[in-house]
Every structure is written in C-alpha cells, then in structure tokens.
Design a protein around this ligand. Sequence first.
Ligand code: 5GP
Length: 208
Amino acid sequence: MSQRGILVVVSGFSGAGKGTLMKALLEQYDNYALSISATTRQPRDGEKDGREYFFVTKDQFQEMIAKKQLIEYAQYVENYYGTPRDYVQKQMDAGKDVVLEIEIQGALKVKEQFPEALLVFIMPPSAEELKRRLVGRGTETEEVIRNRLERAVKESEGIEEYDYVLINDDIGRCVGEMHQLIQVQHNKPANCLELISRIRGELKTIAK
Ligand code: 5GP
C-alpha cells in the first residue's frame, strides 16, 4: 500500500537457517533487498567481499562509526557487525522492502530509531536441531560453536521484544509466512503516512 519500502529486521540463533530463508525469500519475490553488513570477522570459505559482507578492519569499522555511516552496530562473539545506512535508505526510497539480517542488540537499536520496522525472530524446531545444524555446517570450530550456543541462550531472553516468531522447520512454509507478515506490515498506519495525509487533505477539500 505504501510507496516507500519498509524495514524488516530478521534475527535468530546462529544455525537457525536465516541465511537460507533470506535467499529463498529474495529468489521468490522481487520487491525485497537484502542489506549487506560490514563486519570485522574473517570471511568463511566461499564468502566474497561485497556479497555476504563488506569485510573490513577494526580501524575501518571505527571510521564508519565515527562518520555515522552505520544505522546500528553490535559486537557478536569478538567481532563487530554493522548496517551501512546509505544502501538501506536508497533501497527504501526506491520502494524496496529492505531486510536486515542482524542479531538482537542491533535489532533493538533499529526498533528505537524506526518504530515502524517489522521485527521477526526465526526459531529452530528444537535446541537439538539447532546444534545439529551448527555442527553439520562444518565451517566453525568446536569452540566457536560453543560460543554461539552460549550466545543463543542469552539471545533467547530478548525474543519477546520482537513482533513475530517464525519456526523454520519447513523452508517453503516459512518463506510464505515471512512474505505475508511483511505485506501486512505495509498496512500499519505508520507505514502509510503518505496515503493517510493525502486522503485527509482530499477529505478536507471535499467537505468544504
Ligand atoms: P555470522 O558471523 O554468522 O555471519 O553472523 C553472526 C551474527 O551477526 C548473526 O546473528 C547475524 O545476524 C549478525 N549480524 C550480521 N550482520 C549484522 C549487522 O549489520 N548488525 C548486527 N547487529 N548484527 C549483524
């Protein structure tokens, strides 16, 4: 309904399948743009600079913070991650719904700045399944996996702050539900300000 794109924040424990879900969402629908974050972590095998992330040094990251180029940033298991402002604004202005796949501290900062944003938390069907996926991915050491599971315990404390929870047991169903939630979010008054103001203006004219 609204002309301008909306902001969608997607979080979930490491291993919950957010990446796969986002990829499927973008393949199936063409009105979404995925924000590419900046991070100080090392690229994993197969990751490419400018595609999964902008891989930057700590100094470069500090500079981005100083120049207010990030909408939000957070530390996650010893590395920094942040959302570049420019791309998000441009895509929203062009009418695209922009998806930020970020962790919980960043998500809550986005909510403060953009109360009209949609916050969705992706859950695995069970904790056991989450561990199985993390181990099965084969890209992280045992220590990193342990850190990420500990982090998941902490993150689970903040889930009530989100607008919706989705269970990622069937990727097709989960993608469909995510799309529906985003569509409905467009109809929130806070995301229809232009329309509301236009009709209000027309009503005033007509009622004279
Ligand atoms: P990973 O190292 O597995 O790619 O990402 C680790 C965590 O950082 C994930 O929970 C991911 O959602 C989060 N993350 C990625 N980019 C950003 C960002 O720009 N800001 C914040 N706050 N978290 C991010």
